[in-house]
Design a protein around this ligand. Structure first.
Ligand SMILES: [Zn+2]
Length: 166
């Protein structure tokens, strides 16, 4: 065996199309959450014992073990509690792009969303953001109705208000 060919450069990325078909049965609490999304609203449910608001709701408080049936409508604004700037390409996203854990106002849990309409270098903990939705005609019972979050012209949240979510 001879080594006649020059070694090619390193492989930097491999595309591997994969998909998984499955059926999701949301149950009562998540059905209400998905129907709210279909109306362009974000809702959660409050625990009657510890008062924590879960978004999306699971129908029960995991800490207290009691049913959560009080519906809470949220504004769609929130605070960035953690974020990541990604420097490698991803389908449909041009690097650098930012994903962040956001504590929605009125919620006691964080959710991960894209941050757009700003320079990634400007994203920071405590930054105030709002949801950007698809067009009303495109609303479906899916969290994908929220395209991303963008900064709003409000002062950063005080660290004390989100320190337990960092
Ligand atoms: Zn509870």
């Amino acid at each position: 065996m001879s080594e006649t060919a020059e070694a090619p450069g390193p492989v930097t990325i491999v595309e591997t199309p994969i998909h998984l078909d499955y059926k999701f049965t949301p149950g009562v609490a998540q059905s209400r959450f998905l129907r709210a999304l279909e109306r362009g609203e974000i809702t959660g449910q409050r625990c009657p014992k510890c008062q924590k608001v879960y978004v999306p709701p699971r129908g029960a408080c995991s800490m207290c073990g009691v049913a959560t049936d009080e519906e809470v409508k949220l504004s769609g604004k929130g605070t960035i509690t953690t974020f990541c700037v990604t420097q490698i390409p991803s389908p449909g996203l041009v690097p650098p792009y930012v994903t962040a854990w956001i504590r929605l106002d009125g919620s006691d849990i964080t959710s991960m969303f894209l941050i757009q309409e700003c320079d990634p270098a400007e994203v920071r903990l405590g930054m105030r953001v709002e949801a950007v939705w698809v067009e009303e005609s495109e609303l479906v019972p899916d969290l994908g109705n929220i395209k991303y979050f963008r900064p709003i012209d409000e002062p950063d949240a005080e660290y004390e208000t989100y320190k337990d979510y960092v």
